[in-house]
Design a protein around this ligand. Structure first.
Ligand code: S3P
Length: 450
């Protein structure tokens, strides 16, 4: 079942060459942060290019529940009138973050040092995900949490009345954990220090700087040391959200594996902490070029041009690259299935605690499509079958996971026989225009089963 309705099966058939331009939606990570930081500043933040996927809409609703005025003024255009750091009001009802780990974890951080209580819940996927990684560091500030076994949602967080700054070493490579700590630090007096041994996406640090917080990052032998001075007055901003590199991955990868394709995906944010997939694809031999490289809003941006690439080879993807492409392993696994030889993905255990266990979801779905895979707790190997070589003719379970659903639909576009996903509903969380956008390039999706 999708989180917001009945299951919606969708089938993808082998497509003719994909052609055209794909304008993918705004970045999900930046969209969540725009709303939350807007709510924590004093005055009106205006946002354009906001991703209007369910995950972000749930965060917008949550910010209203905490007292911010949030208004949609046009397509992707929103304003947030914030209440200032420490100004969150106690919500009257349970905060439902739907499918969004980023939403719930960042919001918990943002409220943890304000003396209010809130209860959080989400869909079956989110209720199964670990929250101890967030509530443990928030407890150091003085916040208390009462969740189900293993700290799972539904969970009530009681914000610290007298917060203290902390020194925290992030134990797992997670931008959500780092960001929750930094957002909590905003309302703690003094300097909070966060050490991050492995670099993860740095949107929170960049945006906090933009909103006027005193924050600096120092490279040390033990990783990045981030220092944030608490209780700033955040200044409202005008934010142009870049297009999402994680969403761009789907039309790009489809073009690489569907014979005869030539697709342009313009205006994609290529922050180095997000661009690992594109490095990997080029190493595999993908015909992928960056055109019109430029800077927009302090972020590197380019137009991606992807063409059918019949000579791709399997490679070993190093573990240190994992944080910069953590959301892209499902679609990389599909590309790997159409390459020659095996692709070995190392250091990927964080995939097991995403919207689904993504190693298991990809392994079972690819096997059903006739692809040989191997897995350990921390690695995933796909034995490629060459261009057009994947048999397909199967149904893959999407497990309430948007990226699993989209990956198998792309698989069906290049496989010998059609591939069905049992529920495409979750795609609405991050890429609500996916079906239309891919259809515009030439994809053949149908609602009936094979
Ligand atoms: C995100 C961080 C990543 C990523 C998620 C978005 C963020 O999660 O998978 O889609 O916006 O901070 P982790 O922090 O669990 O790695």
């Amino acid at each position: 079942m999708s989180s917001h309705g009945e299951p919606r099966p969708l089938t993808a058939r082998r497509a003719p060459g994909l052609k055209g331009e794909a304008h993918v939606p705004g970045d999900k990570s930046v969209s969540h942060r725009s709303l939350i930081l807007g709510a924590l500043s004093v005055g009106e933040t205006s946002i354009t290019g906001l991703l209007e996927g369910q995950d972000v809409l749930d965060t917008a609703k949550a910010m209203q529940a905490f007292g911010a005025e949030v208004e949609r003024t046009g397509t992707g255009a929103w304003t947030v009138r914030g209440v200032g750091v420490g100004g969150f009001a106690e919500p009257e009802d349970v905060i439902d973050c739907g499918n969004s780990g980023t939403g719930v974890r960042l919001i918990m951080g943002a409220m943890a040092t304000t003396p209010i209580s809130a209860t959080f819940t989400g869909d079956a996927s989110l209720r199964s995900r670990p929250m101890g990684r967030i509530t443990d560091p928030l407890a150091l500030f003085g916040a208390r949490s009462y969740g189900r076994g293993g700290g799972r949602l539904p969970l009530t967080l009681v914000g610290a009345a007298d917060p203290i700054p902390v020194h925290y070493r992030v134990p797992v490579p997670s931008a959500q954990v780092k960001s929750a700590v930094l957002l909590a630090a905003l309302n703690a007096p003094g300097v909070t220090e966060v050490t991050e041994p492995e670099a993860t996406r740095d949107h929170t640090e960049r945006m906090l700087r933009g909103f006027g917080a005193e924050i600096e990052t120092e490279r040390t032998p033990g990783g990045a040391l981030i220092r944030l001075t608490g209780q700033p007055e955040l200044r409202p901003q005008t934010i142009v959200v870049p297009r999402d590199p994680s969403s761009a991955a789907f039309p790009v990868c489809a073009a690489l594996i569907v014979e005869g394709s030539d697709v342009l995906v313009p205006g994609i944010g290529l922050n180095p902490t997000r661009a690992g997939l594109y490095t990997t694809l080029r190493e595999m031999g993908a015909d992928l070029t960056f055109q019109n490289e430029r800077e927009e809003g302090g972020e590197p941006v380019a137009d991606l041009r992807a063409k059918f690439s019949p000579n791709m080879k399997g490679i070993e993807v190093p573990p240190e690259r994992a944080p910069s492409m953590i959301d892209e392993y499902p679609i990389l696994s599909v590309v790997a299935a159409f390459a020659a030889g095996k692709t070995v993905m190392l250091g990927v255990k964080e995939l097991r605690v995403k919207e689904s266990d993504r190693i298991d979801a990809m392994a079972r779905g690819l096997e059903a499509c006739g692809v040989k895979v191997e897995e350990t707790q921390d690695t995933f190997t796909v034995h490629g079958m060459g261009p057009g070589g994947v048999p397909g003719g199967a149904t893959a379970a999407s497990r309430l996971d948007h990226r699993i659903a989209m990956s198998f639909l792309i698989c069906g576009m290049a496989a010998k026989k059609a591939v069905t996903v049992d529920d495409a509903g979750a795609i609405l969380t991050s890429f609500p225009i996916f079906e239309d956008l891919m259809g515009g390039l030439g994809a053949m999706f149908t609602r009936d089963n094979r």
